[in-house]
Write a protein that binds this ligand. Sequence first.
Ligand code: SIN
Length: 517
Amino acid sequence: MIRTGFSKVVVPSSGRLFSSNATPSQIVNKHLWRTAGYINGEFTNGSATEFFDVHNPANGSVIAKLPRMGAKDAETAAQASYDAWQVWKNTTVKERSKVLMKMANLMTHYQEDLATIITLEAGKPLAEARGEVMYAQSFYELYSEEAKRINGDVLPQSVHGRRMLAIRQPVGPAALITPWNFPSAMITRKVGPALAAGCSVAIKPAEETPMSALALCVIAEEAGLPAGIMNCLTVARSEVVDVGTAMCHSPLFRKLSFTGSTPVGKWLMRECATTVKRISLELGGNAPFIVFDDADIETSVTALVNSKFRNAGQTCISSNRVLVQEGVYDAFAAALAARVTAMQCGDGLTEGSTCGPLINDAAVAKVGRHVEDCVAKGATVLAGGAAPADLNEAGGCFFTPTVMANVTEEMLPCIEETFGPIAPLLKFKTEDEALRIANSTRMGLASYLCTRDLARSWRVSEALEFGMVGVNEGAISADTTPFGGIKESGIGREGGPYGLEEYLEVKYICMGGITSV
Ligand code: SIN
């Protein structure tokens, strides 16, 4: 069944909706703001009788109250995904492609509202949020096209009288667990290939940022995606283990894709063993950013700023350790400190803000701990260095963009991912030393190097034990490219044709009796 209208909100007898759940005035297309989960084509509270608050991290205000869905709702979503998949898996690639293209076009149409929703719930500056919407849109557009390239193979005949084929089929209903740092793009990067392959999905967005996920459900419905193909659970921290467990243990979900921390990824991997699910995990990073003596300073500073300070340093591919060769150390540090000092902390909806808030108080405390640890062990602060008291006393979760010199391997940013706007600078002498420090982590997501030496760019790219390498470039993410890590940074790839394979199974068919010999 293809529907184009909007579903009404279903209030179960045990549930109630909040009249205080007013749509923020900045949102023009009010129907994009939904305050209930989405199962089988209905916005619903499911089995929830209690609600949780969604906050704006720029000022602490409550922007929505959503039903606290639980394990029972995860099972309902699994059944809905499974039932709807029985029809969806038999659609033609052209039918799926058309719906995905409509979803992409609607994202472009609603770009401003979708960006505002991202800024309200995740805090990033509006210009960055607009960029995220179009990055997110690009996955729907790409996979609308990639759907048409799900080919099979006619294999070489190795036995007389038989013909051998390999066909690709959808894995099946997929449980998608997504993070708060890219509330829109981390959903479409999974939903796009899943729908293109012929899978259905149930999304569990982060409790901090469910509003973008729900807006994407509205868009899917408006584009004519059949009921049950895309479901969304609104889950508070108190229920997250129950819901995660239910998703992993349900035999109806054939696949789980997760973006988030390494400890949670390891737990999900263990739980998925109960049903031997296909898994994709995009986990934590601890990216090195290496500046060699032969690098162009301005290019390197721009690359680092793009990689380190995008979303206030809250990306899995943010540079975490900046290794600078001794010959350019002082010049690079001075140029970087000047650029970072010019950044402006503030509400993402306020004109001129270039660094939004962190997601919550715990994130601010962690960044503060990293700075204090470095300073206590001998680092020097060249820019920033503290949380802005005025903004945080008003309810915000900000940390001033920071640059520190004389950082060493014993200090916290070299040991764990900071996930905040601080650039710790370490000095090195030789290429071998830089590689040793860069690879001395159990993580392996992104890495960066700056050099004008072609041979070195090849050599070091090959030697870096990471899934992605940026050479003289800090903004490496794109719809067409393989995003993912090695070691404890994850399993699988998202983006491009690589991302589609994650939602496909290869089936071998052997046809006998074709000829007598
Ligand atoms: C992430 O932080 O996991 C995603 C970043 C990106 O796609 O660029």
